[in-house]
Design a protein. Structure first.
Length: 272
């Protein structure tokens, strides 16, 4: 079903499933309905003018209606998408990566088999209502790397995201941008909403996730990202994700109970 057809379906919720080959890209586009995009298999990288979001296997992303976004598939990807009419989606007006628990995962899979013009008063209608409830309650995950507004800083950040490393320092960036350390740290927090160090860690985490999901060794990834030891990388990963990086390698096709338990304990994540 094409996007134009989805917009005209006379139901508040429409669900479709797709499969994509490695490297497939959806160019920048938008749709009137909000979208909840679930990575049943594989990893997705979603870009908007405000930043990048990494969607690991068996997690999802909330994309508000009208948001211009592009999607890059990392590896072979199977998706389940739910499109919601304006007014029925109760999440934020900004993109969020979202933890998907076992019930929500099963509802997303089942919804794809529901007829497009389902009986709203019957079993299919009740399934879709429960699906909307579970989407609204799913916990946000800190997998967003925001981008600044000013051109010079945005260009430097975009360049860094191509090859993130913990070896870059505040002094390195200050010197590159011709700013004092104090001016740089103030500007960065004002533009991005995070400290430079927190933003740098997120960028490294997003770079690591698809590699972990494809089975690469933690040691190799940690050293590539500039961590002194694998333990230092693991400690960062555990602080941000609530579980060790080995979780991704052990359960590539189903949501890990450890990850979901940790995700449910995360504080609500505020995006800019």
């Amino acid at each position: 079903m094409r996007a134009a057809q989805i917009e005209t379906v006379p139901r508040p919720v429409v669900a479709i499933g797709n499969e994509y080959p490695t490297g497939h890209q959806h160019p920048a586009h938008s749709h009137e309905r909000a979208q909840f995009l679930f990575a049943e298999r594989g990893t997705m990288l979603v870009w908007t003018e405000h930043g990048a979001w990494m969607v690991p296997p068996t997690q999802g992303i909330w994309i508000p209606g009208g948001t211009v976004h592009s999607i890059h598939m990392v590896g072979d990807v199977a998706t389940r998408s739910v499109y919601l009419d304006p007014g029925v989606g109760s999440r934020t007006l900004e993109c969020q990566v979202v933890g998907v628990g076992p019930l929500l995962a099963q509802l997303l899979v089942a919804a794809v088999d529901v007829p497009t013009e389902y009986d709203q008063a019957g079993r299919d209608g009740r399934l879709m209502m429960l699906l909307m409830d579970e989407i609204a309650l799913a916990p946000a995950l800190p997998l967003h790397v925001p981008l600044p507004r000013s051109d010079k800083l945005a260009q430097r950040c975009s360049q860094f995201l191509k090859s993130p490393t913990m070896n870059n320092t505040i002094d390195d960036w200050s010197r590159d941008l011709g700013l004092s350390r104090r001016s740089f740290t103030r500007l960065f927090r004002h533009e991005v909403g995070l400290s430079f160090t927190d933003w740098q860690r997120r960028a490294c985490l997003l770079s690591a996730l698809p590699r972990l999901s494809q089975g690469e060794r933690v040691t190799t990834i940690a050293l590539d990202l500039g961590y002194a030891t694998p333990n230092a990388f693991t400690a960062m990963f555990r602080r941000m994700m609530g579980a060790a990086p080995s979780i991704l390698g052990r359960t590539p096709r189903t949501t890990s109970p450890e990850v979901m338990s940790a995700a449910s304990c995360l504080p609500p994540h505020r995006e800019r």
